[in-house]
Design a protein around this ligand. Sequence first.
Ligand code: ADP
Ligand code: MG
Length: 477
Amino acid sequence: MSNMEQDRWSRVKSRLRTSVGEDIYSSWFARMDLESVQAESVHLTVPTKFLRSWIQTHYADRVLLCWQAEVPEIHRVDLTVRTAAMRSAAPAKEAAAVVDTRPAERSNGRTAPDLRAVATAPVSASHDALGGSPLDPRLTFASFVVGRSNALAQAAARQVAEGRRGDNVMFNPLYIHSGVGLGKTHLLQAVTWAGNSGNERKVLYLTAEKFMYGFVAALKSHTALAFKEALRGIDVLVIDDLQFLQGKSTQAEFCHTLNALIDAGRQVVIAADRPPADLESLDDRVRSRLAGGLVVEMGPLGEELRLGILKSRVNAARTHHAGFEVPAPVLDYLAKAITHNGRDLEGAVNRLLAHSKLNAQPVTLEMAEREVRDLIRPQEPKRIKIEDIQRVVARQYNVSRSDLLSSRRTANVVRPRQVAMYLAKTLTLRSLPEIGRRFGGRDHTTVLHAVRKIEALVSKDVSLSDEVELLKRQLQE
Ligand code: ADP
Ligand code: MG
């Protein structure tokens, strides 16, 4: 891909990010790649069928519009599932052929978005409904850099990976959560590689999407039973991005599988972008089962860790590109500037590599500043948790957290409780029923009442409004 195409693609992605918001972008588009650009069409790829159909049904227009904003001639976006062959050296000859054989024009002349799913190289026969999600050979323990924020998660994952069949399972499930790009998938895949290579155990890595897709597909083809049996026949089940598990029947099935595996002493490892208590769409039994093992949070990558990751990425790149040198001041600059997540660190290294290769120029600070400008984002607002709100409010009003959750109705706890519920509604994305549940199982109408009450009061009562402001500031620090 030429420099110009790469730049354009970066700009399209930025537009998309702005258009759909950071959360949606990182959930659905982070792994979308540009395969090729023709005169009037572009060809994009994603790693799974599920992503393809999801993007196609929900975001086709957006994707096309973002392209058209950069390249008005583009009238069609083709989206396909990447195959292993595509990811390696030979770029999509096959895909290009597919593009050419498609009907060139829409009959009615509409410029409606046309994001077609095209089956490229047939999915290999072994890649059946149960086949695991694709693994990236680079995501191993050896390449995982350990720092303060992820040491516990790494140690737990290692322990799990080194277990043998018949060993006592120490913590089950192991549940790892963190924000986007902080290494969950890396750790989970490391567990899978290590587990499958080291001993006789069978480790299966599935994204929640794949779990759903496999299950739905199996149901349709009446092989649900076989699917369940096969799932239960594995030693370690690794499920990534659990927050995407949707649908009543899939959840019920997930619940059975989880119980069956755990009760049989098999290990389950799960990653999600939030703690079990915040997985709103799951029912209580699943949530408590998930919370019953070891729950570990990975924090943001500190500067030292970011530097470590950059160095390891550069070293990895050097095995294929011996001349690739990134001077220490450039690494320091990148580690300071790119604070957001590991994916952007990886992206930065790739760009420096591409730039220095294409232009046969050494990497300099100036070039690095120019190349990674769009990866540098202002600090994200902090994610506030309901527990934090309860803790801070309880401290402020000198009551206990259990007072807030209790059914006591004395004035000295009613007001703090209402304030806390109000803050939960305004500072988090949690729904009213969820907030009610987290406040001792209250009804959502109670929460709504509290929110309205405090809203009305802060507009009249200066001292209350100051208190609320102070609480907000403490929470946002
Ligand atoms: P998540 O699944 O939490 O969104 P990923 O595991 O996909 O995050 O990580 C994003 C990128 O950052 C990957 O390229 C990954 O290899 C890298 N990364 C994150 N944390 C680390 C780490 N501790 N050591 C090495 N690379 C890391
Ligand atoms: Mg991930």
